[in-house]
Design a protein around this ligand. Structure first.
Ligand code: SF4
Length: 354
Protein backbone atom coordinates (compact mmCIF):
# COMPACT_ATOMS: atom_id res chain seq x y z
CA UNK A 1 0.00 0.00 0.00
CA UNK A 2 1.26 3.38 -0.91
CA UNK A 3 3.50 5.78 0.87
CA UNK A 4 2.74 8.88 -1.16
CA UNK A 5 5.86 10.45 0.33
CA UNK A 6 6.95 11.91 -2.99
CA UNK A 7 3.93 14.18 -2.85
CA UNK A 8 4.49 15.42 0.70
CA UNK A 9 5.62 18.97 0.86
CA UNK A 10 4.32 20.34 4.11
CA UNK A 11 6.48 23.42 4.08
CA UNK A 12 4.71 24.84 1.03
CA UNK A 13 1.24 24.75 2.52
CA UNK A 14 0.66 27.77 4.69
CA UNK A 15 -2.35 27.74 7.03
CA UNK A 16 -5.00 30.25 6.02
CA UNK A 17 -5.48 33.20 8.35
CA UNK A 18 -8.70 33.55 10.40
CA UNK A 19 -9.84 36.32 8.00
CA UNK A 20 -9.27 34.08 4.98
CA UNK A 21 -11.12 31.23 6.69
CA UNK A 22 -14.01 33.56 7.47
CA UNK A 23 -14.16 34.82 3.89
CA UNK A 24 -14.27 31.29 2.48
CA UNK A 25 -16.77 30.17 5.11
CA UNK A 26 -19.29 32.78 3.98
CA UNK A 27 -18.58 32.97 0.25
CA UNK A 28 -17.11 29.74 -1.18
CA UNK A 29 -19.25 26.96 -2.59
CA UNK A 30 -19.00 23.49 -1.06
CA UNK A 31 -17.38 22.21 -4.26
CA UNK A 32 -14.71 24.93 -4.12
CA UNK A 33 -14.00 24.24 -0.45
CA UNK A 34 -13.73 20.48 -0.95
CA UNK A 35 -11.34 20.91 -3.87
CA UNK A 36 -9.16 23.26 -1.83
CA UNK A 37 -9.23 20.97 1.22
CA UNK A 38 -8.40 17.93 -0.89
CA UNK A 39 -5.49 19.70 -2.59
CA UNK A 40 -4.01 20.94 0.70
CA UNK A 41 -4.35 17.45 2.17
CA UNK A 42 -2.54 15.80 -0.77
CA UNK A 43 0.21 18.43 -0.71
CA UNK A 44 0.94 17.79 2.96
CA UNK A 45 0.01 14.15 3.50
CA UNK A 46 0.35 12.68 0.02
CA UNK A 47 -1.98 9.88 -1.06
CA UNK A 48 -1.79 8.04 2.26
CA UNK A 49 -4.83 7.39 4.39
CA UNK A 50 -3.56 6.47 7.84
CA UNK A 51 -5.16 3.58 9.73
CA UNK A 52 -5.91 3.83 13.46
CA UNK A 53 -7.31 0.76 15.23
CA UNK A 54 -10.19 1.75 17.52
CA UNK A 55 -11.01 -0.12 20.73
CA UNK A 56 -14.09 1.04 22.66
CA UNK A 57 -13.14 -0.36 26.04
CA UNK A 58 -15.97 0.85 28.27
CA UNK A 59 -19.38 2.40 27.64
CA UNK A 60 -19.87 3.35 31.30
CA UNK A 61 -19.91 7.12 31.82
CA UNK A 62 -20.82 9.23 34.82
CA UNK A 63 -21.63 12.22 32.62
CA UNK A 64 -24.94 13.09 31.07
CA UNK A 65 -24.26 14.96 27.83
CA UNK A 66 -27.69 15.49 26.30
CA UNK A 67 -26.80 14.18 22.83
CA UNK A 68 -24.97 11.03 23.86
CA UNK A 69 -26.39 7.50 23.61
CA UNK A 70 -24.23 6.20 26.49
CA UNK A 71 -25.03 9.09 28.86
CA UNK A 72 -25.47 8.04 32.45
CA UNK A 73 -29.25 8.58 32.44
CA UNK A 74 -29.89 6.35 29.46
CA UNK A 75 -31.02 3.25 31.29
CA UNK A 76 -31.66 1.47 28.02
CA UNK A 77 -27.92 1.43 27.29
CA UNK A 78 -26.50 -2.04 27.79
CA UNK A 79 -23.32 -1.39 29.79
CA UNK A 80 -20.01 -3.21 29.47
CA UNK A 81 -16.43 -2.82 30.55
CA UNK A 82 -13.73 -4.78 28.75
CA UNK A 83 -11.12 -6.59 30.81
CA UNK A 84 -7.47 -5.81 30.01
CA UNK A 85 -7.03 -9.29 28.50
CA UNK A 86 -9.84 -8.63 25.99
CA UNK A 87 -8.42 -5.23 25.09
CA UNK A 88 -4.99 -6.73 24.52
CA UNK A 89 -6.50 -9.48 22.40
CA UNK A 90 -8.26 -6.96 20.15
CA UNK A 91 -5.08 -4.97 19.93
CA UNK A 92 -3.01 -8.03 19.04
CA UNK A 93 -5.33 -8.77 16.12
CA UNK A 94 -4.75 -5.28 14.77
CA UNK A 95 -1.03 -5.41 15.43
CA UNK A 96 -0.66 -8.72 13.58
CA UNK A 97 -2.41 -7.15 10.60
CA UNK A 98 0.13 -4.31 10.60
CA UNK A 99 -1.68 -1.51 12.44
CA UNK A 100 0.70 0.66 14.49
CA UNK A 101 -1.66 3.15 16.12
CA UNK A 102 -4.38 2.19 18.58
CA UNK A 103 -7.07 4.44 19.99
CA UNK A 104 -8.53 3.41 23.35
CA UNK A 105 -11.84 5.17 23.73
CA UNK A 106 -14.29 5.06 26.61
CA UNK A 107 -16.67 7.04 28.78
CA UNK A 108 -15.59 8.65 32.04
CA UNK A 109 -15.73 5.37 33.91
CA UNK A 110 -14.66 5.58 37.58
CA UNK A 111 -13.68 1.90 37.63
CA UNK A 112 -11.13 2.63 34.93
CA UNK A 113 -8.93 4.65 37.29
CA UNK A 114 -5.79 6.37 36.10
CA UNK A 115 -3.62 3.69 37.70
CA UNK A 116 -5.59 1.01 35.89
CA UNK A 117 -5.28 2.79 32.55
CA UNK A 118 -1.55 3.38 33.18
CA UNK A 119 -1.17 -0.37 33.81
CA UNK A 120 -2.94 -1.09 30.56
CA UNK A 121 -0.75 1.32 28.61
CA UNK A 122 2.38 -0.27 30.08
CA UNK A 123 1.13 -3.73 29.12
CA UNK A 124 0.55 -2.58 25.57
CA UNK A 125 3.99 -1.04 25.39
CA UNK A 126 5.59 -4.12 26.98
CA UNK A 127 4.05 -6.65 24.64
CA UNK A 128 6.87 -6.13 22.20
CA UNK A 129 4.90 -3.31 20.66
CA UNK A 130 7.02 -0.35 21.60
CA UNK A 131 6.68 0.68 17.97
CA UNK A 132 2.90 1.10 18.32
CA UNK A 133 1.43 4.46 19.28
CA UNK A 134 -1.26 4.56 21.97
CA UNK A 135 -3.93 7.23 21.84
CA UNK A 136 -6.23 7.65 24.83
CA UNK A 137 -9.71 9.14 24.76
CA UNK A 138 -11.24 8.75 28.19
CA UNK A 139 -12.46 12.18 29.15
CA UNK A 140 -11.50 14.91 31.56
CA UNK A 141 -9.01 13.85 34.21
CA UNK A 142 -6.76 15.81 36.55
CA UNK A 143 -3.55 17.50 35.36
CA UNK A 144 -1.53 15.02 37.43
CA UNK A 145 -3.40 12.17 35.79
CA UNK A 146 -2.38 13.31 32.30
CA UNK A 147 1.26 13.45 33.38
CA UNK A 148 1.00 9.93 34.82
CA UNK A 149 -0.56 8.60 31.62
CA UNK A 150 2.15 10.19 29.50
CA UNK A 151 4.81 8.76 31.79
CA UNK A 152 3.26 5.31 31.42
CA UNK A 153 3.93 5.61 27.70
CA UNK A 154 0.71 6.91 26.12
CA UNK A 155 1.53 9.05 23.11
CA UNK A 156 -1.62 10.97 22.24
CA UNK A 157 -4.81 12.15 23.91
CA UNK A 158 -8.15 13.05 22.35
CA UNK A 159 -10.66 15.30 24.10
CA UNK A 160 -13.29 16.87 21.88
CA UNK A 161 -14.74 20.24 22.92
CA UNK A 162 -17.88 19.50 20.81
CA UNK A 163 -18.97 23.14 20.50
CA UNK A 164 -17.11 26.44 20.78
CA UNK A 165 -20.25 28.19 22.04
CA UNK A 166 -19.79 28.42 25.84
CA UNK A 167 -23.53 28.70 26.62
CA UNK A 168 -24.45 25.80 24.38
CA UNK A 169 -21.57 23.77 25.79
CA UNK A 170 -22.86 24.22 29.31
CA UNK A 171 -26.44 23.49 28.29
CA UNK A 172 -25.52 20.25 26.52
CA UNK A 173 -22.79 19.00 28.85
CA UNK A 174 -23.32 20.65 32.23
CA UNK A 175 -19.67 21.66 32.35
CA UNK A 176 -18.01 24.90 31.26
CA UNK A 177 -16.18 25.08 27.94
CA UNK A 178 -13.26 26.66 29.81
CA UNK A 179 -12.87 23.53 31.93
CA UNK A 180 -12.51 21.53 28.77
CA UNK A 181 -10.02 23.99 27.26
CA UNK A 182 -8.02 23.95 30.51
CA UNK A 183 -7.89 20.14 30.28
CA UNK A 184 -6.55 20.45 26.72
CA UNK A 185 -3.82 22.77 28.02
CA UNK A 186 -2.92 20.20 30.68
CA UNK A 187 -2.84 17.45 28.06
CA UNK A 188 -0.43 19.50 25.94
CA UNK A 189 1.71 20.30 29.00
CA UNK A 190 1.99 16.58 29.79
CA UNK A 191 3.69 16.11 26.42
CA UNK A 192 0.90 14.45 24.45
CA UNK A 193 0.14 14.91 20.78
CA UNK A 194 -3.23 16.61 21.18
CA UNK A 195 -6.53 15.90 19.48
CA UNK A 196 -9.86 17.59 19.85
CA UNK A 197 -12.82 18.43 17.66
CA UNK A 198 -16.54 18.89 17.56
CA UNK A 199 -19.94 17.87 16.35
CA UNK A 200 -21.50 19.65 13.39
CA UNK A 201 -25.18 20.53 13.56
CA UNK A 202 -25.87 20.35 17.28
CA UNK A 203 -29.29 21.78 18.21
CA UNK A 204 -28.84 25.44 19.15
CA UNK A 205 -25.76 25.84 16.98
CA UNK A 206 -25.70 28.88 14.70
CA UNK A 207 -23.76 29.53 11.53
CA UNK A 208 -21.35 31.62 13.59
CA UNK A 209 -20.81 28.70 15.99
CA UNK A 210 -19.79 26.56 13.03
CA UNK A 211 -17.20 29.18 12.04
CA UNK A 212 -15.99 29.60 15.62
CA UNK A 213 -15.55 25.80 15.93
CA UNK A 214 -13.05 25.92 13.05
CA UNK A 215 -11.20 28.96 14.40
CA UNK A 216 -10.97 27.41 17.87
CA UNK A 217 -9.32 24.30 16.39
CA UNK A 218 -6.76 26.60 14.77
CA UNK A 219 -6.12 28.58 17.97
CA UNK A 220 -5.59 25.32 19.85
CA UNK A 221 -2.98 24.28 17.22
CA UNK A 222 -4.38 20.77 17.27
CA UNK A 223 -2.40 17.82 15.96
CA UNK A 224 -5.57 15.81 15.33
CA UNK A 225 -9.10 17.05 14.68
CA UNK A 226 -12.09 14.72 14.92
CA UNK A 227 -15.37 16.07 13.66
CA UNK A 228 -18.59 14.50 12.56
CA UNK A 229 -22.28 15.21 12.13
CA UNK A 230 -24.68 15.30 15.07
CA UNK A 231 -27.13 12.38 14.71
CA UNK A 232 -30.08 12.44 17.13
CA UNK A 233 -30.17 9.35 19.37
CA UNK A 234 -33.70 8.05 20.11
CA UNK A 235 -32.94 7.44 23.81
CA UNK A 236 -31.72 10.95 24.59
CA UNK A 237 -33.49 14.25 25.29
CA UNK A 238 -32.43 15.43 21.80
CA UNK A 239 -34.21 12.61 19.99
CA UNK A 240 -36.53 14.95 18.06
CA UNK A 241 -33.82 17.38 16.96
CA UNK A 242 -33.23 18.35 13.36
CA UNK A 243 -30.69 16.37 11.38
CA UNK A 244 -28.56 18.66 9.22
CA UNK A 245 -27.25 17.45 5.85
CA UNK A 246 -23.71 16.09 5.64
CA UNK A 247 -22.73 19.12 3.58
CA UNK A 248 -22.10 21.22 6.73
CA UNK A 249 -19.65 18.59 7.94
CA UNK A 250 -17.87 18.47 4.58
CA UNK A 251 -17.48 22.26 4.52
CA UNK A 252 -16.07 22.10 8.06
CA UNK A 253 -13.56 19.36 7.17
CA UNK A 254 -12.29 21.39 4.22
CA UNK A 255 -11.92 24.58 6.26
CA UNK A 256 -10.23 22.80 9.18
CA UNK A 257 -7.79 21.31 6.66
CA UNK A 258 -7.04 24.80 5.31
CA UNK A 259 -6.70 26.20 8.85
CA UNK A 260 -4.46 23.34 10.03
CA UNK A 261 -2.83 21.72 6.97
CA UNK A 262 -0.62 19.39 9.06
CA UNK A 263 -3.39 18.04 11.30
CA UNK A 264 -4.55 14.45 11.08
CA UNK A 265 -8.29 14.44 10.38
CA UNK A 266 -10.28 11.17 10.50
CA UNK A 267 -13.10 10.41 8.09
CA UNK A 268 -15.45 9.58 10.94
CA UNK A 269 -17.87 6.70 11.29
CA UNK A 270 -20.67 9.16 12.03
CA UNK A 271 -20.37 10.56 8.49
CA UNK A 272 -20.52 7.04 7.08
CA UNK A 273 -23.58 6.35 9.21
CA UNK A 274 -25.37 9.38 7.79
CA UNK A 275 -24.51 8.70 4.14
CA UNK A 276 -23.24 5.41 2.64
CA UNK A 277 -20.24 7.20 1.13
CA UNK A 278 -19.89 9.74 3.96
CA UNK A 279 -16.34 8.76 4.85
CA UNK A 280 -15.25 8.87 1.21
CA UNK A 281 -16.76 12.35 0.94
CA UNK A 282 -14.84 13.43 4.04
CA UNK A 283 -11.62 12.19 2.45
CA UNK A 284 -12.49 14.09 -0.71
CA UNK A 285 -12.83 17.21 1.48
CA UNK A 286 -9.45 16.84 3.20
CA UNK A 287 -9.58 14.01 5.78
CA UNK A 288 -6.57 11.64 5.88
CA UNK A 289 -7.36 8.97 8.52
CA UNK A 290 -9.65 5.92 8.76
CA UNK A 291 -10.35 4.08 12.00
CA UNK A 292 -11.34 0.41 11.65
CA UNK A 293 -13.15 -0.72 14.79
CA UNK A 294 -11.25 -3.58 16.46
CA UNK A 295 -13.67 -3.89 19.39
CA UNK A 296 -15.16 -7.38 19.64
CA UNK A 297 -18.66 -7.50 18.07
CA UNK A 298 -20.45 -8.27 21.34
CA UNK A 299 -19.14 -5.00 22.81
CA UNK A 300 -19.21 -2.64 19.88
CA UNK A 301 -22.93 -3.22 19.42
CA UNK A 302 -23.35 -1.58 22.82
CA UNK A 303 -21.14 1.45 22.21
CA UNK A 304 -23.86 3.48 20.55
CA UNK A 305 -23.17 7.19 20.86
CA UNK A 306 -25.66 7.70 17.99
CA UNK A 307 -27.99 5.38 16.04
CA UNK A 308 -27.22 3.62 12.76
CA UNK A 309 -23.51 3.21 13.46
CA UNK A 310 -22.06 1.54 10.35
CA UNK A 311 -19.14 -0.30 11.87
CA UNK A 312 -21.61 -2.74 13.45
CA UNK A 313 -21.95 -4.24 10.00
CA UNK A 314 -18.24 -4.13 9.26
CA UNK A 315 -15.74 -6.73 10.32
CA UNK A 316 -13.09 -4.35 11.64
CA UNK A 317 -9.72 -5.68 10.78
CA UNK A 318 -11.06 -8.11 8.18
CA UNK A 319 -12.55 -5.17 6.35
CA UNK A 320 -9.26 -3.42 5.68
CA UNK A 321 -9.11 -4.62 2.10
CA UNK A 322 -12.65 -3.37 1.48
CA UNK A 323 -11.65 0.02 2.93
CA UNK A 324 -8.77 0.02 0.49
CA UNK A 325 -11.17 -0.68 -2.40
CA UNK A 326 -13.43 2.16 -1.28
CA UNK A 327 -10.71 4.79 -1.32
CA UNK A 328 -9.08 3.72 -4.60
CA UNK A 329 -11.43 5.80 -6.76
CA UNK A 330 -10.18 8.78 -4.74
CA UNK A 331 -6.64 7.88 -5.77
CA UNK A 332 -5.67 7.09 -2.18
CA UNK A 333 -3.96 4.13 -0.49
CA UNK A 334 -4.08 2.84 3.05
CA UNK A 335 -0.98 3.39 5.17
CA UNK A 336 0.03 1.32 8.21
CA UNK A 337 2.49 3.96 9.46
CA UNK A 338 2.19 5.27 13.04
CA UNK A 339 1.26 8.65 11.63
CA UNK A 340 2.65 10.85 14.40
CA UNK A 341 1.82 14.53 14.52
CA UNK A 342 3.83 16.23 11.80
CA UNK A 343 5.37 18.75 14.21
CA UNK A 344 6.46 15.74 16.27
CA UNK A 345 8.28 14.23 13.29
CA UNK A 346 9.96 17.56 12.58
CA UNK A 347 11.13 17.82 16.16
CA UNK A 348 12.42 14.27 16.16
CA UNK A 349 14.27 14.98 12.90
CA UNK A 350 15.95 18.12 14.20
CA UNK A 351 16.20 17.25 17.87
CA UNK A 352 14.72 20.67 18.59
CA UNK A 353 12.40 20.98 21.57
CA UNK A 354 8.85 21.77 20.67
S1 SF4 B 1 -20.18 12.45 25.32
FE1 SF4 B 1 -18.52 11.43 26.44
S2 SF4 B 1 -18.53 12.44 28.46
FE2 SF4 B 1 -20.53 12.90 27.51
S3 SF4 B 1 -21.91 11.29 28.23
FE3 SF4 B 1 -21.07 10.58 26.26
S4 SF4 B 1 -19.27 9.35 26.78
FE4 SF4 B 1 -19.82 10.56 28.60
Amino acid sequence: MGTGKDEKNATQVVPLSPDQIMDLFYHASTRELMDMGNLACCQVHGRDILLRGLIEFTNVCTNDCLYCGIRNSNHKANRYRMEASMILKALQTGYDRGIRTFVLQGGEDPVYTIDRICGLVRQIKDLGKKDAAVTLSCGIRSREAYFKLAQAGADRYLLRFETADPKLHFLLRNIGLNDRLKALEDIRAAGFQVGSGYMVGLPGETRETRLENILLCQRLELDMVGLGPFIPHPDTPLKHSFQHPLEHTLRSVALVRLALPKAHIPATTAAGSLMPDGREQMIAAGANVLMPNLTQDKFKQKYLLYPGKICLNEKGIQDIESLNQRIRPLNRNLSFARGDALYHLTNMDTGEPK
